[in-house]
Design a protein around this ligand. Structure first.
Ligand SMILES: C[S@@+](CC[C@H](N)C(=O)[O-])C[C@H]1O[C@@H](n2cnc3c(N)ncnc32)[C@H](O)[C@@H]1O
Length: 217
């Protein structure tokens, strides 16, 4: 998720629930020990994911792009008893952090971590589904393949959330859109695909860097 350090975001964070001690320490550790800590979700974005799972009460969640596991822990907060999260992460150097913080959050038994490129994990057949909820926050090059896979693996009535669909406003930039290889163009095509897809209904929320919320019909 992008980080809009604006006054509204700060005000919203102050007036939302605290992320909790474990996530707070994980945030600090991520900033101290990884090379791209800005990839981490903001506290308010984490509370958003937690709240959504508490509304849906999923038994089975799929996450693409775990990073240090912050969003995985947030997603686990609304998991039904006995539920599981399949999470996919290309960077296996993060394994120690995953083990440490999933243990501290008490979710080791609920999380299956799949290390590798999401496309390879998808093609391996490891991700069985059907899922009640999918959260996509990995690389942006293959978003459309991830979205198509997620829709195919969601149960009817299941929910799919896709991050970064405004791409810092680039999807509105005609010059960037004219380059069909640009990130803006790819994400614009993704948004068009979603809005025309007859298997889902959706809303594109213009918050943070843009979040698509889809429901499988
Ligand atoms: C924006 S970060 C995810 C942030 C995390 N969801 C959070 O909220 O803290 C994107 C993550 O996707 C991972 N990633 C990038 N390309 C990937 C790929 N092809 N397959 C799986 N993971 C990938 C990166 O290593 C990074 O950890």
């Amino acid at each position: 998720m992008a980080h809009f350090e604006d006054a509204t975001n700060e005000y919203s964070t102050i007036h939302s629930s605290f992320e909790g001690e474990v996530l707070s320490r994980l945030r600090r550790d991520t900033w101290l020990s990884t090379t791209k800590p800005q990839m981490l979700s903001d506290p308010i974005q984490g509370r958003f994911l937690s709240t959504i799972t508490k509304m849906i009460r999923p038994l089975k969640i799929l996450e693409l792009g775990a990073f240090t596991g912050y969003s995985t822990i947030c997603l686990s907060e609304g998991l039904e008893k006995g539920g599981v999260i399949d999470t996919v992460e290309i960077n296996d150097e993060l394994q120690d952090m995953h083990e440490k913080y999933f243990h501290e959050a008490g979710i080791v038994e609920s999380v299956n971590i799949h290390y590798g490129h999401a496309l390879d994990v998808i093609n391996s057949g490891e991700l069985k589904g059907p899922y009640d909820m999918v959260w996509i926050d990995a690389d942006k090059e293959h978003q459309i393949e991830y979205v198509k896979f997620a829709i195919s693996k969601l149960r009817v009535g299941g929910w799919l959330l896709v991050d970064n669909v405004i791409w810092g406003g680039a999807v509105l930039d005609k010059k960037k859109l004219s380059n069909l290889d640009s990130g803006a163009s790819r994400i614009h095509r993704l948004n068009q695909y979603i809005s025309c897809c007859e298997d889902v209904e959706n809303v594109l929320l213009p918050v943070w860097d843009g979040v698509q919320i889809l429901r499988k019909l």
